[in-house]
Design a protein around this ligand. Structure first.
Ligand SMILES: [Ca+2]
Ligand SMILES: [Ca+2]
Length: 258
C-alpha cells in the first residue's frame, strides 16, 4: 500500500502543483475578507449585547437613585467613581470593581468593545464607550481638583428612546503624526464640532439609548476643515463621525433633553 501511495504522489507534475497553489491563493483572497467580515459581524453582535446590558444596569442604578440618570461619574474626596472604574486621585490606582455600574453587572468585560481595545491610554483602562455628558450629566469645575456633576432626572428627558446615552467611541490624538486612534469616554454632541462616534463595526457604531434599547447607526462624516483645524477626510478614514438625524450638525436633536 505504501509503495502505491508513493507512486501516486509522484504522478503530480510541477505545473499541476503550481495550478493547485494558484487556485488556493485565489480562493483565500476571495474568502479571507468574507471571514474577516463574518468575524467583525460576530464582534458587532457582542458589542450590541454589551451596550444593551450596560443600559439595563444603568436603569437599575436609576431605580436606586431617585430616578436620576446614572452619571458619568461621582466624586468622593479624592476619588472619582466613573461608571466603569474608580480612580484614586492620590495613588492614581484604577479599580474596575468600584465602577458605578458594577453592583448591577459584576462583569467588567462587558464595558469593553471587542473590536477596539484601548492600548494608548493605559490610565483610562479598557472601555470603548463614551457618555453623552453635555446634556445628561453636565459638570462644573469648582476648583483645581473638584467638580460638581449634575446628572439629570429621567423625567426631564423628553424623548428617552431618541436620546443617546453611551456609544462606540474613539478619538484622534493629534500629538502624534499621523494622528493616532485612542479611547474616548466623554462624547461631544455635533454642535461641539468634535466628533467621537466610531463606526468600527462594518461602518456602524453601537448606541445605548436612554430608554435602555440598543441600536446601531452609521456615523455622519464631516467634509473639509472644521473645529480646531480638523480635517474631515482624516476623521472619515478612521470612521469617526457624529450622530445626527436631521442633517444639521449645529443642532443636537439626538443628544438634548427635548
Ligand atoms: Ca442635528
Ligand atoms: Ca432630542
Amino acid at each position: 500500500m505504501q509503495g502505491s501511495s508513493i507512486a501516486r504522489r509522484g504522478g503530480f507534475t510541477l505545473i499541476e502543483l503550481l495550478v493547485v497553489i494558484a487556485i488556493i491563493a485565489i480562493l483565500a483572497a476571495i474568502l479571507f475578507p468574507v471571514f474577516a467580515q463574518a468575524r467583525e459581524s460576530a464582534r458587532k453582535t457582542q458589542c450590541m449585547s454589551n451596550i444593551r446590558q450596560i443600559g439595563v444596569g444603568a436603569q437599575m442604578y436609576s431605580q436606586d437613585y431617585d430616578e436620576m440618570i446614572m452619571p458619568i461619574a461621582t466624586v468622593s474626596g479624592m476619588t472619582v467613581y466613573y461608571w466603569w472604574a474608580a480612580y484614586d486621585g492620590i495613588t492614581g490606582v484604577r479599580e474596575e470593581s468600584l465602577g458605578l455600574i458594577q453592583p448591577y453587572m459584576k462583569n467588567h468585560e462587558i464595558d469593553i468593545c471587542p473590536t477596539f481595545r484601548n492600548e494608548t491610554r493605559p490610565t483610562v483602562g479598557h472601555t470603548g464607550y463614551a457618555y453623552n455628558y453635555q446634556y445628561l450629566c453636565p459638570y462644573i469645575q469648582t476648583g483645581p481638583y473638584t467638580f460638581d456633576l449634575r446628572p439629570v432626572a429621567l423625567a426631564a428627558i423628553g424623548s428617552p428612546a431618541g436620546t443617546v446615552f453611551l456609544v462606540d467611541s474613539a478619538r484622534l490624538n493629534y500629538r502624534f503624526s499621523p494622528p493616532r486612534l485612542e479611547s474616548q469616554t466623554f462624547l461631544d454632541p455635533p454642535s461641539s464640532a468634535s466628533p467621537g462616534f466610531h463606526g468600527r463595526h462594518l461602518d456602524t457604531g453601537s448606541i445605548a439609548w436612554v430608554d435602555g434599547h440598543a441600536k446601531a447607526m452609521r456615523p455622519v462624516y464631516r467634509t473639509g476643515s472644521f473645529g480646531a483645524g480638523y480635517d474631515g477626510a482624516t476623521f472619515q478614514q478612521h470612521r469617526i463621525g457624529d450622530i445626527d438625524a436631521d442633517g444639521d450638525l449645529s443642532t443636537d436633536e439626538l443628544f438634548d433633553l427635548e
